[in-house]
Write a protein that binds this ligand. Structure first.
Ligand SMILES: [Zn+2]
Length: 58
């Protein structure tokens, strides 16, 4: 199954960015460097975000 892209808003600085839901490496905020995902066995756990929205696959 293909991974999903998720729009998240960093809870530390409010930056919005698109991340890959199945990321296997930690993803950091592009602005402040806060860690946004914690990979756990192939699935990313989203953390430190104030908002998230799963984007429809196009
Ligand atoms: Zn941030």
């Amino acid at each position: 199954m293909a991974g999903r892209f998720i729009k998240v808003k960093c809870s530390a600085c409010g930056n919005e960015q698109i991340i890959y839901g199945n990321a296997t490496i930690p993803i950091k905020c592009n602005v402040c460097g806060a860690q946004l995902t914690k990979p756990t066995g192939g699935r990313a756990v989203i953390t430190n975000v104030s908002y998230k929205e799963v984007l429809p696959i196009v």
